[in-house]
Design a protein around this ligand. Structure first.
Ligand code: ZN
Ligand code: ZN
Length: 140
């Protein structure tokens, strides 16, 4: 939260109560959450927010690199890594427990982009999703 506050202050943005609440909920979860799950959790500590306010808060958090969207799950995870919003990120998605980790992927970003350009393609993708088994589940 301190990171989010500092980042917003630095950019002249406001971490409104709804933005803060959505980020807190995502940061407290080790699994990605869909927008409706976020609403359910927010409703436990106050009035149920309207979908549009949650989506707006998510847009804001994504634009500022505080939250990522996992496309294949249509769900969101908090990110405290403070990397650029255009950085290539690899998500490690556990097929057993649903936990999502994040690995820096800058080292593979360049060859990947070069391969795409070699095929005459201009890449805009900034996310790689890798499914498998997390360290915790591999032990058990
Ligand atoms: Zn991240
Ligand atoms: Zn797992």
């Amino acid at each position: 939260m301190a990171h989010a506050e500092a980042l917003c202050a630095e950019r002249g943005e406001r971490l409104t109560p709804m933005r803060r609440r959505v980020l807190e909920i995502l940061a407290a979860s080790h699994k990605p959450l869909g927008a409706y799950e976020i609403m359910d959790q927010a409703a436990r500590r106050g009035p149920r927010p309207a979908p549009i306010t949650v989506y707006r808060a998510l847009d804001f958090l994504r634009e500022n690199g505080l939250v990522h969207r996992i496309e294949s799950r249509n769900a969101f995870v908090a990110c405290g890594r403070n990397h650029g919003t255009d950085a290539l990120v690899a998500f490690l998605i556990c097929e057993r427990c649903g936990a999502v980790g994040e690995a820096p992927a800058a080292a593979i970003a360049q060859p990947l982009a070069a391969a795409a350009r070699g095929a005459g393609f201009t890449p805009t993708m900034s996310v790689i999703e890798i499914t498998g088994t997390c360290a915790h589940c591999a032990k058990g």
